[in-house]
Design a protein around this ligand. Structure first.
Ligand SMILES: NC(=O)c1ccc[n+]([C@@H]2O[C@H](COP(=O)([O-])OP(=O)(O)OC[C@H]3O[C@@H](n4cnc5c(N)ncnc54)[C@H](OP(=O)(O)O)[C@@H]3O)[C@@H](O)[C@H]2O)c1
Length: 326
């Protein structure tokens, strides 16, 4: 086991109070129809913000949200989205686990992030706007998909596999926006646990059916975060002008795949009796993409813990799972 740092968790006696972000501010979200975007939209609306979306589809968003359209492939973007925004949260990107990694799919995963950021940068350059901050999603895949139990902080080196290359290019594509004098934040998002969407429903379904088992060795670390906490991190990044640069968006304590599987089984009150699913079967099913479940990384919430007063609502995995699965 490599050097271990204390879990960066704040005193449990501190009550989590949702921040009030704004009464009049308008937050433009790209990819606002996705798992994180939908919840972020709800939370921002609850806090009195105006939320707008930039979407490929004109009617994709929920009630109370003005949707503007863009087309990354043809470099089209409705300028009203930029003209009306005080802050931009950039979440758009083709789903990394939505299909086998063919060359065409890999290109889409990369370009839906980098070209979309370039399109936003160009719009910010050429439009009369009053945007104060640009908060971009990134991913802990930056460090590499399989880094064992080596603790990873924001200043740890980037990996070299496909997802690491994508996230590096994605983060670099934000630089021209910082060069325009706009405060930029990149949140290296961990494995987001949500009721719908993302990894948790896929992990929980076989366990509900009584056929759940750890994947591969089961020793790979999962640096998770509850959906509400990642959304509050985004909100804090908008609200707090001190936030700048890169932050790991993870909960204070990563767990192994075997731990996570058994805790899900526990919360669902299901037995977990099957042996691990062998790595070769996963590789046969998923090809190169298998690394996203067979690999793992031990990512620390170093900057959030050391430099901010952010309080997690769900620092504890069991409580997060009880909230999401019951
Ligand atoms: N969820 C996680 O565990 C996790 C972990 C690490 C990083 N992230 C990153 O955080 C961001 C948001 O995650 P999420 O889970 O909310 O994603 P999601 O549910 O897959 O939603 C992403 C949104 O991006 C837009 N989009 C999809 N394909 C696109 C394409 N080819 N070109 C342009 N836009 C496209 C879609 O919005 P429209 O249809 O409205 O255009 C979609 O709703 C993503 O970039 C993701 O990579 C997520």
């Amino acid at each position: 086991m490599a050097e271990r740092e204390p879990a960066f968790v704040r005193q449990q006696s501190i009550v989590h109070v949702p921040y009030t972000l704004c009464i009049m501010n308008t937050v433009l979200i790209t990819g606002g129809t996705g798992t994180i975007g939908r919840r972020l939209t709800q939370l921002l609306l609850q806090q009195g913000c105006t939320v707008t979306h930039l979407s490929r589809s004109p009617k994709a968003s929920s009630d109370g949200v003005q949707t503007y359209q863009w087309n990354v492939d043809t470099s089209e973007l409705d300028p009203r989205a930029i003209e009306t925004a005080d802050h931009i949260v950039h979440l758009a990107g083709a789903g990394v686990a939505d299909g086998r990694w063919t060359d065409a799919r890999k290109k889409e995963i990369l370009e839906s992030r980098t070209q979309s950021t370039a399109l936003l940068a160009e719009a910010l350059r050429s439009t009369n706007h009053h945007v104060k901050s640009f908060i971009s999603s990134s991913a802990i895949g930056y460090y590499g998909s399989d880094t064992g139990d080596r603790p990873l902080r924001e200043n740890s080196p980037a990996g070299s596999d496909f997802l690491a290359q994508v996230t590096r290019a994605w983060e670099r594509s934000v630089d021209p926006i910082a060069d325009l004098g706009i405060r930029t934040v990149r949140i290296r998002t961990g494995v987001v646990l949500a009721k719908e969407g993302g990894a948790l429903p896929k992990l929980a379904q076989p366990i509900r059916l009584g056929v759940g088992a750890p994947i591969g060795s089961g020793d790979q670390y999962i640096s998770w975060i509850h959906l509400d906490d990642i959304c509050q991190l985004y909100i804090e990044a908008i609200r707090n002008e001190q936030w700048n640069g890169v932050y790991n968006g993870v909960a204070p304590g990563p767990v192994t795949n075997a731990d996570l599987t058994s805790r899900i089984a526990d919360v669902l009150e299901k037995p977990q009796i099957l042996p691990n699913i062998p790595a070769f079967a996963i590789k046969l099913l998923f090809g190169e993409m298998a690394i996203t479940v067979l690999g793992g990384s031990y990512v620390l919430n170093k900057r959030v813990a050391d430099e901010t007063d952010f309080h997690y609502k769900f620092p504890d995995l069991r409580k997060a799972l009880e909230d999401l699965l019951r």
